[in-house]
Design a protein. Sequence first.
Length: 276
Amino acid sequence: MSIDAILERIGHSGPFRPDVETLRALHAAWRRTVPYENIDIQLGRDIRLEPSALIAKFGPDRRGGTCYQLNGALALLLRGAGFRVTVHEAAVRRRSGGETEWGGHIALLVHLDAGTWLADVGIADGFVEPLPLREGVHHQGPLTYRLERVDATTWRWYHHERGSIRSYDLRTAPRRLADFTRRATTRAAGSLMERLLIAYRLWDERSVTLLARTVTVATLDGTHVERRVLGDRDSFAAALADDIGVPLADLGPEGIDTLWSRTTHQHAEWLARQEA
């Protein structure tokens, strides 16, 4: 199976020149088309990283995924377009603090004659266009990111001030996507991916986030935010399809029922924490 199915989905077709302009266009098109979502984890489905599985999921099946699948598929797409791409392990620093864990995230480096670029579609609310791997502040529209060289083998990327995470560290030693198969399929009991439905979609200059049964719509500059709680199964299914862009046929009625049941408990737990 070729990358043409993914290219068709994000609205592009070859041939390509492996240059900065093409890299920016493909990265931005992916971010504005493919959602971040952990639905398969919530449903107990296998998380597969083989090329054929990735192309099928993000091409014909028109689904989203988490960082291993999203960046794994983007690497396939970029390599198919003629880019030299390497996979790298990262360690996320959350705003709530706690220890970082290497391999809990992956990102890509794209190597061009004009320099190296950081590409990453695996952070739900991450940057839209790739960033030059260069120390300093990087602006994209109303948002500001920063890159810092930590040492000879590590870079640190800082999210914007309202971002879902604080930062992540990236090791420059290349890895194989297959190295992360076990990590992608095995999660600690009680981990965030297990206990909370997460979905995020970028639409032009606004984002839509679904956490359990709560939908948040926000402008990218943060000046306007709306939230609503989904009160029944039909509105939940509609949010998945219309707000996030998940094909309901891929989930099936039983899958939607399972997600609705799980998010009912997740929402109740969230309310209990708020009261506490």
